[in-house]
Design a protein around this ligand. Sequence first.
Ligand code: SDX
Length: 429
Amino acid sequence: MTEKATLTIDDRSYEFDMFTGAENERCIDITHLRKETGCITMDPGYGNTGSCYSSITYVDGAKGILRYRGYPIEELAQKAGFVEVCYLILHGELPTARQLADFRAEIAGHAALHENLKIHFSGLPHSAPPMALLSAMLNLVSCFHPEVLEVVAEGEEFERTAALLLSKVRTIAAFSYRMAYGKPFIHPNPNLSYCANFLHMMFSEPYQEYVASPVIEKALNLFLVLHADHEQNCSTSTVRVVGSSRANLFSSVSAGVSALWGPLHGGANAAVIKMLEEIKSSGQPIDHYLDMAKDKNNNVRLMGFGHRVYKNFDPRSVILKKRVYEVLDELQQEDPLLDIALELEEKTLKDDYFVSRNLYPNVDFYSGILLRAIGIPINMYTVMFAIGRMPGWIANWRELLEHKQRISRPRQIYTGSTTREFVELRDRG
Ligand code: SDX
């Protein structure tokens, strides 16, 4: 028997169906609210609004739980490779050895970019933001593969399109780095793993092959696994909104890249490092920065802290914090920013402003330090987040089509001028 919610407006009661999800989350289905009551809901930022039913990722913000298709992030981080996690997120099940080998081969086979695409890199200033390049190039790549412009969410066509996108996003990222530093493009090597091939395209030289150490390759793999999906965050919701108009996958994820760019979302990983570097160079005590973040008179936030959903530790931050130590130790590197980050975290845990608002380190707080250890430059940090999130974006795009989701078109409450007559220019004074 379907549970009901009752809403009373102007002494009249209305009933709406309720739905309980796999993890006992409950929702009120207001699909027919406006038709029945003439009212809409208002929820700026959608903090209380569900946009879809999804079986891809589950986050419990109170308990600090994150699972991809039911598998805890802690296990996947420990035991799974990024391509394996991509397969899981896209298909809903972990791959067999044969399925994984075929998927890897499919991705490896799509790594190269069309020669004509490369001229678009050379026409850009070296200072071009890599996120701008990524968003643009994702649409441009589809011009060289007209078959991906078809909106197909199943079968071999979809599998090929997904593999092509997972592969090319990595090449575009590496090429944008090479262009920014005036270096020649390094072609992909299909014999290398996903992460090793990316690092090869980033750091090899024409006559000097870069061979990633197992520590570095494993650290990059972990970074990508931790970023692979995260329910209906800002960028994934953007991919769904664009995809809901039945725009193709490449244009939908291109929009997702733009949404991810913002410092409140994926841009935070770079903003954290800039904040830590400023703390280090300013000579100011850390409390000075905490006070600024607490002072409502300025627009300063403690980057890498807080989360719309996690009101406990972000499990990804816990994993990254542990791994950063290990990677720096294995590489025999020291990073003074890590010490500052640890002190910052420690102080917030004792500060009522942060504790009372459940502001804990999120995925972006330690991820930049890991990327520094790997040797990725700061202007590429959010690009790395986009590479990691690609499987989640693709899976959500596909799911909305599988569910035949209507085009997204929120309502509004108008607060502007009511009707008035046009005034001729001569009469306006
Ligand atoms: C990601 O959604 C996802 O899943 C995102 C993500 C993913 O995997 O896709 O997890 C990745 O984007 C992580 C978040 C990265 N962004 C940052 O680190 C930027 C800093 N954080 C904040 O801007 C903020 O915490 C957000 C954007 C993450 C969340 O914003 P909300 O949910 O809208 O929270 P809010 O702005 O309503 O803040 C509630 C209160 C406010 O104070 P009061 O009005 O109650 O007095 O907390 C304060 C805020 O001022 N606050 C902060 C703060 N974050 C919130 N104060 C200081 N520093 C901060 N970082």
